[in-house]
Design a protein around this ligand. Structure first.
Ligand SMILES: NC(=O)c1ccc[n+]([C@@H]2O[C@H](COP(=O)([O-])OP(=O)(O)OC[C@H]3O[C@@H](n4cnc5c(N)ncnc54)[C@H](OP(=O)(O)O)[C@@H]3O)[C@@H](O)[C@H]2O)c1
Length: 246
């Protein structure tokens, strides 16, 4: 495997995987994935983690629309990133994205589900970096922790090709790792949809991390701060830790 290989193998393997999956063939954004070309990414949330990840991906050549309920406040962010970045409302970013990153305090998730579940179900990837923190987010976070945030978000966003990732690495460290690349740090991820996982793996790699799929969405309960997988581990360490969690 070269450093450009994913957890699924080489890019050719990804193409084979895509070719063998009818649902993926029907998904327009696969064109971009198959070509290894730029993907249109919308971010719901452009705070610490949303702005950091969006900036990384804009610099990697993707088109990114950051969103805020006050998009005028994102002027400085997008101007600093040149032509690949723009700002809009949450609805604008959801419409724009072939892939959508959700990086919000978890208490916002029910409202996002109410407003955008139908649109999000049509995306190639919905990447959820959000964490349920009861002290910050209240009762919805307690419930999400009981069920596991992967499955809870899936309940709020039925049909979405969800992947949990980037949940337990700080945004400043993320920016540093992306700048230097090649640090041998793994990113544990969980999801049910092979195409979404493949695309998420590409985006993880572009952030200078090595994707490690630890399981289906149910395993998302291990992808929150405070669990053994939180913080930084090598891909091998992640696999070993994940094996003890099953
Ligand atoms: N900070 C980290 O290093 C880090 C690392 C991994 C995971 N996380 C997780 O990622 C999530 C975001 O963390 P953060 O540190 O980036 O938070 P943050 O800096 O406070 O940013 C939160 C973002 O969420 C948006 N937002 C809040 N309520 C919303 C709603 N109802 N609809 C749409 N957008 C809404 C805000 O947009 P407005 O401009 O509209 O207010 C803001 O852009 C959290 O769940 C956190 O636990 C954080």
């Amino acid at each position: 495997m070269t450093t450009h290989d994913t957890v699924f193998g080489s890019r050719r393997d990804i193409l084979r995987l895509a070719a063998g999956t009818a649902a993926l063939l029907a998904a327009m954004p696969l064109k971009a994935l198959a070509a290894g070309g730029p993907v249109k990414i919308g971010t719901i949330g452009a705070g610490h983690i949303g702005s950091t990840l969006g900036a990384i991906w804009a610099k990697a050549g993707h088109q990114v629309m950051f969103s805020s309920r006050h998009p005028e406040e994102l002027k400085g962010l997008v101007e600093g990133l040149g032509g690949k970045a723009q700002a809009g409302t949450v609805a604008d970013a959801v419409t724009f994205g072939e892939a959508v990153l959700i990086a919000v305090p978890y208490r916002a998730m029910p409202e996002i589900g109410q407003d955008f579940a139908t649109q999000l179900a049509a995306k190639a990837l919905v990447l959820d970096a959000s964490n349920p923190i009861p002290a910050r987010d209240g009762e919805v976070a307690t419930k999400a922790r009981e069920m596991g945030p992967g499955l809870y978000t899936a309940q709020l966003l039925p049909g979405a090709r969800l992947v949990r990732a980037f949940n337990a690495i700080g945004y400043m460290r993320l920016a540093e790792v992306a700048k230097h690349q090649g640090g041998g740090i793994g990113m544990p991820m969980a999801g049910d949809d092979p195409g979404a996982l493949a695309l998420a793996s590409e985006l993880v790699r572009e952030a200078g991390l090595e994707p490690v799929v630890i399981g289906k969405l149910a395993a998302g309960k291990y992808l929150i701060p405070g669990t053994p997988l939180a913080g930084e581990h090598s891909p091998d360490e992640i696999r070993k830790i994940a094996a003890t969690l099953k």
